[in-house]
Design a protein around this ligand. Structure first.
Ligand code: AMP
Ligand code: GLY
Length: 422
């Protein structure tokens, strides 16, 4: 079976790695990175160019395409693949609106009584500013459309919130994504990432995970795509998990089906757990990165039946089995990320780190230059380890992370701090 993996991050390497464990599976990274090149091969393309993705899938006689990132999903790459008779894992454009428009997702939650922070929508910056000045409490300002995780301002003062509106709506820092803004109440609690795989009718719950979005230790500094993750987080007790399933996942998937937007693929709900109650912060219509790296390493056996079942709209009674009790992923980033950084730095110690037992090193921003793997992005590697508990997984992951080096390497030392005892 030939599988096209659309995207080029560590999430895509992790999915390709797991899928390639199945006998007879061949993976093609589109565009991939040095990690997917090592287990298959890569073809350079823009993953949001639906025509190019379809042409490549046909040219390679691909049996399946797995679309990793949100941008191609929102751009309708899955619609184009299916229209050409190619099975695709991921939601179509209509279902991807859950992530593609934050306003759509908030109004959807309101229609279906799904717990989320109170909100207002504005298409006029003056009206948004007046609202903020009258509200005089902590608020969160969000650009409506996709902004690569940067279009959200958690404001502790009215001045910060107004500056957010200016940046999104007047300076148009995120282009059309800032035509409208969402202003919501600020929730205080612990964030959790909850994933399910759906087939349009049914779903399979995966394990909960927790991301670390800020750049520096102690959850300080600017927001990033994610500096590390672990699974499972203790805040998700069986009671909390049941509430997530009953109050969030079930009504979301049923609501989407009722509205004529049946959801197929991975749905990742970003939640704030406030005193044991789940509140939705956002929907993502794909696996989280780095959450995915912790999920696929905990998984026992093949993920292929679930991926194919979801793509074809029939999951049957499949259930994942979690073999490793815990997994933890440490991201190695380029110095300066999430701001500007240099590329092309040679990376050493990769093979030694990957050879440690219970460790897998997933590539993100890497590229092969002659025979050397060099950096080519902000998040460079996802060093992931499994263990009997989070402490063990963390010790292993950091042992491996310390074996790898490149100029400017930056990592957080406290991934999993909420669950670690040493
Ligand atoms: P989003 O892309 O909507 O998940 O927002 C990015 C980040 O902003 C989230 O991961 C949270 O850390 C934070 N955030 C978003 N909405 C809220 C909210 N209503 N209250 C508190 N923090 C929030
Ligand atoms: N790790 C958060 C995300 O993938 O959006």
């Amino acid at each position: 079976m030939r599988i096209l993996i659309v995207g080029g991050g560590a999430r895509e390497h992790a999915l390709a790695w797991r899928l390639s464990h199945d006998p007879g599976v061949e993976v093609i990274g589109a565009p991939g990175n040095a990690g997917t090149a090592a287990i298959g091969r890569n073809v350079e393309l823009d993953p949001t160019d639906a025509n190019r993705v379809v042409a490549l899938a046909k040219q390679e006689s691909a049996d399946l395409a797995v679309v990793g990132p949100e941008a191609p999903l929102v751009a309708g790459v899955v619609d184009a693949l299916r229209a050409n008779g190619i099975d695709a894992f991921g939601p179509d454009r209509n279902a991807a609106q859950l992530e593609g428009s934050k306003i759509f997702s908030k109004e959807f939650m309101a229609r279906h009584d799904i717990p989320t922070a109170g909100f207002r929508v504005f298409d006029d910056p003056d009206a948004a500013t007046r609202y903020i000045e009258e509200a005089s409490r902590p608020l969160v300002v969000k650009a409506d459309g996709l902004a690569a995780g940067k279009g959200v301002i958690v404001a502790s003062t009215a001045a910060e919130a107004v500056a957010g509106v200016d940046r999104i709506m007047r300076e148009r820092a995120f282009g059309d994504a800032g035509d409208r803004v969402l202003i919501e109440e600020c929730l205080v609690g612990q964030e959790v990432s909850y994933h399910v795989v759906a087939d349009g009718k049914r779903f399979i719950p995966l394990a909960p995970a927790q991301d670390h979005k800020r750049a520096y230790d102690g959850d300080e500094g600017p927001n990033t795509g994610g500096m590390g993750a672990y699974s499972p987080p203790p805040v998700v007790t069986p009671e909390v998990e049941q509430k997530i399933l009953d109050r969030v996942i079930d009504p979301t998937l049923q609501g989407m089906a009722v509205e004529g937007r049946p959801f197929r693929g991975a749905l990742f709900v970003g939640l704030m757990i406030v005193e044991g109650e789940p509140w939705v912060l956002e929907y993502n219509v794909r696996f989280g990165d780095p959450e995915c790296q912790t999920l696929v390493t905990r998984w026992a056996g093949s993920i292929l039946p679930i991926v194919v079942g979801s793509a074809r709209g029939d999951l049957g009674d499949l259930r994942p089995r979690w073999e490793a009790p815990a997994s933890l992923c440490v991201v190695l980033a380029s110095g300066g990320y999430p701001g500007s950084y240099e590329k092309g730095k040679p990376i050493t110690g990769l093979e030694e780190a990957d050879a440690l037992s219970n460790v897998t090193v997933f590539h993100a921003g890497t590229r092969l230059e002659r025979d050397t793997v060099v950096t080519s992005g902000g998040r460079v590697l996802s060093v992931t380890a499994i263990g009997a508990d989070i402490d063990q997984a963390a010790a292993r992951a950091y042992e491996a992370a310390d074996m790898i080096d490149f100029e400017g390497k930056h990592l957080r030392r406290d991934i999993g701090w909420r669950a670690r005892t040493r």
